[in-house]
Write a protein that binds this ligand. Structure first.
Ligand code: ADP
Ligand code: MG
Length: 589
């Protein structure tokens, strides 16, 4: 009874629009019944024609019956349209509410979890999976109501006309349903999931391939070097061919049964008329020959929908994969941090529950100080910064800001207290003004311009066609990584949070950009508690304290002068760094 519960779940999102969905089913069923009425008028026309033959001038009711048939046919269409309008209003409301439910849930997730899920995948599910329910609710269910009503109406007609021919005309319905059930059973549902997975796989690999095109071009490779991409296409192809072959026989039988209804009728008619043909029988036979195509039409309509039900099932599962992510617990009795100090005590964190990415980290950063995290790649610097800004909650220990556990600070207050500048700052496809204003939505235009000025963005605004109102991502507007980062710094400046986490960019294309970013960084840092993840040791000389992070633990920590005097990891890193810089300079010279 899975499908039933899917439907109940979807209707749960409909609110008061639920009744529109119900109304659409009733209207669709009524329309299907009305659509049978014209056939009855046609039957009357044939009867009259047969009765007066060959003196057709005697026929009186032909025109009247003809118009009545048209009238009911039109009425059936109108009622069907009314039903579709109801079903669409319900379906769109449900899709909207599904989207809202997912978005509201995503907001409550730890940023780290959303990041791990992948923003592309999140977007795809929010958009497409909710849209996938639309066809099901707006077309499939009302059509199914109609498809059930049609055989019921035909059954009723059995009583009016020749019941033997009527029963025969229902044989293909029965066969069609049996074959359809075989084609959409649990095994096929499994197949459908495999199909979706193969398709997903292929699109993921295609994205990877497109990302890798520069490499392909640079090294003169061919598509065959993308083994995974090619493999996913091959798997998809194999799957589709196998699936198609599997459906070949049932589909053939189905088409033959549904379209071959005349075979049953004519064979039956021959059998029943061994003792001679009566006018009445001929009339009924003609009636059934006219009405039976309606059976194949309705059956075919629902035939292509059962696949759709599987798509809905899959869409709901994908939606659940978002809704099942556990949100960060909200503070019960929120407290306010006293100052901008940061303190970690015995923090332990693991991504997978096996290997610890952070092991028993304790540190205290007084308000207003600037510290740097340095250390080998994979040591845990990013993870540490993420735990401080509550991307994730640690499995052990506590993070305190201004003396208050971050779990006891309300989400809004924490967001307003801690800002971060990432290595790859993302800008939205909007004007620079609005991109910066994200930092503080109520800021005036003047305040935004001042922040941009402070973040050394004057030269960027000058070269853009519409200055601060230029929309990023439009034709001809291109910003380099360093320029994007400066705009992101302006955004953070506008927000003016007392604690800053900076993930320093590893490489810049040009020295001019680098100087500007550094100068923007130092303006931004004034009077704030700053945690810098430093990738180049040249930038850490003046910080108050350096933490060397290695293997998820603090290997050393002190001022840079003290660390240099000690024979430790930092000094070795420094010496390596010097050599590499000299090497670079020598090579360039
Ligand atoms: P750093 O920033 O110092 O280079 P990270 O904090 O990125 O180090 O990584 C610390 C450890 O955690 C590494 O072993 C890394 O493989 C692991 N790690 C980082 N991010 C994830 C993630 N999203 N899922 C699982 N493991 C991760
Ligand atoms: Mg890192």
């Amino acid at each position: 009874m899975k499908r039933q519960s899917n439907l109940q779940r979807l209707l749960g999102y409909a609110g008061a629009h639920k009744y529109l969905t119900y109304a659409s089913w009733i209207l669709s069923a009524v329309s299907a019944l009305i659509a049978l009425v014209p056939y009855w008028y046609i039957w009357r026309i044939i009867r009259e024609v047969l009765a007066v033959a060959p003196d057709f001038g005697q026929a009186q009711g032909l025109v009247h019956n003809g118009w009545m048939a048209v009238l009911f046919a039109v009425a059936a269409v109108l009622v069907y349209i009314a039903g579709l309008m109801c079903s669409h209003m319900g379906a769109f409301r449900i899709a909207t509410n599904l989207r809202l439910a997912m978005l509201e849930h995503i907001i409550r997730l730890p940023l780290g979890a959303a990041e791990a899920f992948g923003s592309g995948k999140l977007r795809k599910i929010v958009n497409e999976s909710s849209a996938a329910t639309e066809t099901y609710l707006a077309h499939q269910l009302p059509d199914r109501a109609g498809a059930i009503a049609t055989p019921c109406g035909l059954l009723a007609l059995l009583l009016v006309f020749d019941w033997r021919l009527g029963l025969l005309s229902l044989v293909p319905v029965l066969l069609g349903f049996l074959i359809m059930m075989a084609m959409t059973g649990p095994r096929m549902q499994q197949k459908m999931k495999e199909y979706q997975d193969a398709l997903d796989d292929m699109s993921n690999e295609a994205v990877e391939y497109v990302r890798g095109i520069p490499v392909v071009k640079t090294f003169g490779q061919t598509i065959f070097s993308f083994k995974k991409f090619k493999g996913s296409i091959d798997r998809y192809q194999k799957w589709v061919i196998a699936y198609t072959k599997e459906l070949r026989t049932p589909m053939m039988c189905y088409t033959a049964a549904v379209n071959g209804v005349f075979v049953f009728l004519i064979a039956g008619a021959l059998l029943f008329t061994r003792d001679g043909v009566t006018a009445q029988f001929l009339l009924n036979l003609m009636f059934y020959i006219i009405i039976t195509p309606i059976i194949s039409v309705t059956l075919t309509r629902i035939m292509f929908q059962s696949e759709n039900a599987m798509i809905v099932d899959d869409a709901l599962q994908r939606i659940d994969s978002i809704l099942n992510l556990r949100p960060l617990p909200e503070a019960q009795r929120p407290q306010h941090p006293r100052d901008a100090s940061v303190e970690l005590s015995h923090v332990r964190f693991s991504y997978d529950g096996q290997k610890d990415a952070l092991r028993d980290i304790s540190l205290a950063i007084p308000a207003g100080q600037t510290v740097a995290f340095v250390g080998p790649s994979g040591g845990g610097k990013t993870t540490l910064a993420n735990v401080i800004s509550r991307f994730f909650d640690p499995q052990g220990g506590a993070v305190r800001i201004g003396g208050v556990d971050v779990r006891d600070i309300s989400k809004e207050e924490l967001m307003n207290t801690v800002s971060f500048v990432f290595q790859n700052s993302r800008l939205l496809k909007d004007s620079i003004l609005e991109n910066v204003r994200l930092g503080r939505p109520e800021a005036t235009r003047e305040e935004v311009l001042a922040a941009l000025e402070n973040a050394q963005c004057a030269d960027i605004l000058e070269k853009l066609p519409n200055g601060v109102d230029t929309v990023i991502g439009t034709k001809g507007v291109y910003l380099s990584g360093g320029e994007q980062q400066r705009i992101a710094i302006a955004r953070v400046m506008l927000k003016n949070a007392p604690i800053l986490i900076l993930d320093e960019a590893t490489a810049f294309a040009d020295p001019d950009n680098e100087t500007k970013v550094q100068s923007a960084f130092s303006r931004l840092s004034q009077g704030k508690t700053v945690i810098m993840i430093a990738h180049r040791l040249s930038t850490v000389a003046n910080v108050d304290r350096i933490y060397v992070i290695q293997n998820g633990a603090i290997a050393e920590s002190d001022s840079s002068r003290e660390l240099m005097e000690r024979d430790g990891l930092f000094r070795r890193m420094w010496e390596n760094y010097q050599t590499s810089v000299q090497w670079k300079v020598a090579k360039e010279a």
